[in-house]
Design a protein around this ligand. Sequence first.
Ligand code: PRP
Length: 182
Amino acid sequence: MATPLHPDIDRVLISSAQIQERIVELAAQIDRDYADERPLLLVGVLKGAFIFLADLARALTIPHAVDFMAVSSYGMTATSGAVRIILDLREPIDNKHVLLVEDIVDSGNTLAYLREVLTSRRPASLRTCALSTKQRPDAMHVPIDYLGFTIPDVWVVGYGLDYADRHRTLPYIGALKPEVYR
Ligand code: PRP
C-alpha cells in the first residue's frame, strides 16, 4: 500500500523507490570510479545529507570512511553566499580521496564554499555527489560529479530536506504546500 501523503505536502517529486533505485546506480558508478583509489572518505554535509549519506554509504561495496561537516549562512545574508564552518572534519585529508556528499544544491553557495575549503587542504582528489539540484538559472556553477536528480525550483522537503527542521524523515522528496511556508 502506498504511504499516505503528509498533509503539508503538495505532491511527491521523487518517490522513495526512485531515490533508492538511483542510489544503487550512483553507488555502482562510485564503486567503479574509486576501485583503485584509496583511501576514500565520504564527507556528508549536515544536517540535510545524513539520510542520503547513510543509504549511499551502505550501497557502496568499496572500503570507505565517513565524516561530516556542517556550515551555516552568516546571519541574514544567506543570499550573499557567505557561509562559515560550524563543524569540521576530525582529521586532515591531505592523502585522501574525498567525496563531498550533499542532499541538495540550490544556489550552489554551500558546495562552492566547501569545495574551496577542502581543495585548500590538498586532498588526493575531491569530487562532489548530490542527490538533487534545482533548476535555477541564477545558481552558481559548481561541478557535481555524481548527481541524482534535477528538480523544479520549489520548496522541497523529505529525505533529509527540511522546512524549519521538520519533514526530514519523509521517505520521498515532496513539494511543500505554499500555505505552509508563506
Ligand atoms: C541545505 C542543503 C545544502 C544547502 C544547499 O542546507 O543541505 O547544504 O542548503 O543550498 P545552497 O546551494 O543554496 O547553498 P541548509 O542550509 O538548509 O541546512 P540543513 O542541511 O542543516 O537543513
